[in-house]
Design a protein around this ligand. Structure first.
Ligand SMILES: NC(=O)C1=CN([C@@H]2O[C@H](COP(=O)(O)OP(=O)(O)OC[C@H]3O[C@@H](n4cnc5c(N)ncnc54)[C@H](OP(=O)(O)O)[C@@H]3O)[C@@H](O)[C@H]2O)C=CC1
Ligand SMILES: O=C1CO[C@H](CO)[C@@H](O)[C@@H]1O
Length: 340
């Protein structure tokens, strides 16, 4: 099997985590960024490349790990060169831009993988499997929470740079809500005023309520308002015959608790063993899907729908009322049609 050549665009916090995974997969790495890529090149044995165009000429796969407003442009440039693309969430800053990227990838015959890593965290995958196996009967309502410190770089706080707590952080749980319960019908969101925490120049906390087309209701809470604290996550799904609950013990990449299943008879599922990095698992799934010519766990349509729900949440905040999701359905064709 020939050695994979992967190019990282971006050399910030998450780039190191991706670089670890690529190294573990035996890939030959290249990296470029505005200024800080030398450190990653040194630390991971990647080749430092001076600009994006040069990088695009050297690799087979592009891994986009830059501020979110730049994702679509870099993805389109890579797709135009016939390269497969993995792109950090959100796939783009708007659903329209995300759909344009998916359309371009389809037309060019290349693969596009939106990196929704939470689908590769064992606790969430286990909950989905139990729900699908009917262990809680018919799913009725779900609750997600994700709270921790505010990020370090300023672009995260501005909607104009693809940031904002909903689009950047809560999109993880928006994607889980859709993964568990299917397409969204309506979105209602509130968020605190930007002045509530003067350490962060933006609203730090939001609550989003989704109704799904099948009648399930999702409550999603997210916050950057826990200074100095690692992220904690929590999820509970309840159905006609029981409920499942998970509360992270340390951070959202570590599973040390048992998943609690309560039904007719209270039952603890076996504790989940520490797992390999979900970031490794997602990148390995993408690479295997390319090699085996199969679908990966996350599709371009999933990436578009998550962005569309986040966008609708901001529209709901502006309107002070629930809004209907402008991107119905989950097939790429259906979503693309709706955002055209
Ligand atoms: N799935 C997950 O768990 C996580 C996902 N993310 C996502 O990953 C992405 C990156 O986040 P993060 O690493 O924390 O961000 P950072 O702000 O830490 O890093 C951004 C990087 O992008 C580079 N960059 C910015 N603009 C350009 C440009 N025009 N051309 C080339 N490089 C550029 C910066 O370069 P330089 O350093 O040279 O200025 C920097 O290396 C975001 O989309 C975020 O939402 C982030 C954290 C966790
Ligand atoms: O999970 C995460 C941790 O926080 C970061 C800052 O909000 C997010 O970008 C990231 O997706």
């Amino acid at each position: 099997m020939s050695t994979l050549k992967v190019g990282l665009i971006g050399a910030g916090g998450i780039s190191r985590v991706h670089a670890d995974a690529w190294r573990a997969l035996g890939a030959q790495g290249y990296v470029t960024s505005l200024a800080g890529a030398a450190e990653i090149a040194d630390a991971y044995g990647f080749t430092l490349v001076e600009d994006v165009d040069t990088l695009l000429g050297l690799v087979d796969i592009v891994d986009i790990v830059t501020p979110s407003s730049t994702h679509a442009d870099f993805a389109l440039r890579a797709i135009a060169r016939g390269l497969d693309v993995i792109c950090e969430k959100p796939l783009a800053a708007t659903a329209e831009a995300a759909a344009a990227v998916a359309r371009a990838a389809e037309e060019a015959g290349v693969r596009l993988f939106p990196a929704h890593v939470v689908r590769y965290m064992g606790e969430y995958a286990a909950i989905k499997a139990h729900v699908e196996a009917g262990r809680i009967g018919t799913l009725a309502v779900q609750r997600f929470s994700r709270t921790g410190s505010a990020p370090q770089t300023p672009w995260f706080f501005s909607e104009s740079t693809g940031g904002g707590v909903i689009r950047d952080l809560m999109i993880h749980d928006i994607d889980q809500a859709v993964w568990f319960a299917g397409p969204v019908a309506t979105v209602y969101a509130v968020q605190n005023p930007p002045t509530i925490d003067d350490r962060v120049p933006a609203p730090v906390t939001s609550h989003v309520v989704l109704t799904h087309r099948n009648g399930v209701i999702s409550h999603i809470h997210g916050s950057w308002g826990a200074p100095g604290m690692p992220f904690r996550t929590s999820v509970e799904v309840a159905g006609s015959e029981g409920r499942l609950r998970y509360d992270s013990a340390e951070d959202h990449t570590t599973r040390t608790d048992a998943l609690l299943l309560e039904g007719g008879a209270t039952d603890y599922l076996p504790p989940m063993s520490p797992q390999e990095s979900p970031y490794y698992a997602e990148i390995a799934d993408f690479v295997a899907s390319l090699r085996e010519g199969r679908d990966a766990r996350v599709s371009p349509a999933d990436g578009i729908e998550a962005v569309a729900v986040a966008e609708a949440a901001y529209a709901s905040i502006a309107a002070g009322a629930p809004v209907e999701l402008a991107v119905p359905g989950r097939s790429v064709a259906e979503i693309q049609e709706a955002v055209r």
